[in-house]
Write a protein that binds this ligand. Structure first.
Ligand code: GRF
Length: 216
């Protein structure tokens, strides 16, 4: 039984469902994993909007296939990054978004955005933070010669890949791994831990104390 309550919150079987806003720039396989977890009833929420800075992002097409609202917002139409983020925040607010999920979103959020959604923005990173923040991290892991890499879901703060860690999953780096083969195995784990972290958030089970996230 699904009811609309004042605002745009959904109530399903007496549980308030969170509104999730996803920001994605690319192919959107993490978005797909989150959509599937929602369809399977694992997350107490729904995706209210998918926003992209890239009009060709396959993530937008995936969302449309599930009748999820999408927005492409062209960075070139704004004076600076903060004005761009203000527009995105406006769209998220219109949808009453409780949690912002970065799923392969290639822009760094401005402090304005982070303050508005403090402790309500998640990101997935394809390495075991704090090792290998930034870009091309699977390649860096292979070149460095680490034996273990993996993926990290974390809350987003003002730094780059530096916010409190929610979940991590280790992945072995094999002697014959290439950037591509390692990225593929890590991605498989990303698709497990990202929906799980969102599930925990939707159930109100993530408690942040300083740098640490405790799971109730
Ligand atoms: C993933 O590797 C994720 O860890 C990183 O960007 C990539 C996005 O992939 N932040 P996809 O668009 O979800 O397939």
């Amino acid at each position: 039984m699904t009811n609309l309550v004042p605002g745009t919150k959904f109530v399903v079987e007496e549980k308030v469902m969170i509104n999730i806003g996803v920001l994605a720039s690319g192919r959107g396989t993490n978005l797909q994993a989150i959509i599937e977890a929602i369809e399977e009833g694992k997350i107490e929420g729904r995706i209210s909007i998918v926003i992209s800075d890239n009009c060709d992002a396959f993530a937008l097409k995936r969302a449309e296939q599930y009748n999820i609202d999408t927005r492409y917002i062209n960075f070139k139409e704004f004076k600076n990054r903060e004005d761009y983020d203000k527009k995105i925040v406006e769209c998220l607010k219109e949808k009453d978004v409780d949690l912002v999920v970065l799923a392969g979103y290639m822009k760094i959020l401005t402090p304005y955005f982070i303050i508005v959604y403090k402790n309500k923005i998640m990101n997935i990173h394809p390495a075991l933070l704090p090792s290998f923040p930034g870009l091309h991290v699977q390649r860096q892991a292979v070149e460095y010669g680490v034996k273990v890499s993996g993926c990290t879901v974390h809350f987003v703060d003002e730094g780059v890949d530096s916010g409190p860690i929610i979940l991590q999953k280790a992945v072995e780096v094999k002697d014959d791994d290439t950037e591509e083969s390692l990225a593929k195995r890590i991605l498989k784990e990303e698709h497990q831990i990202y929906p799980r972290a969102i599930q925990l958030f939707s159930q109100g089970r993530l408690i942040i104390k300083g740098r640490k996230v405790f799971i109730k």
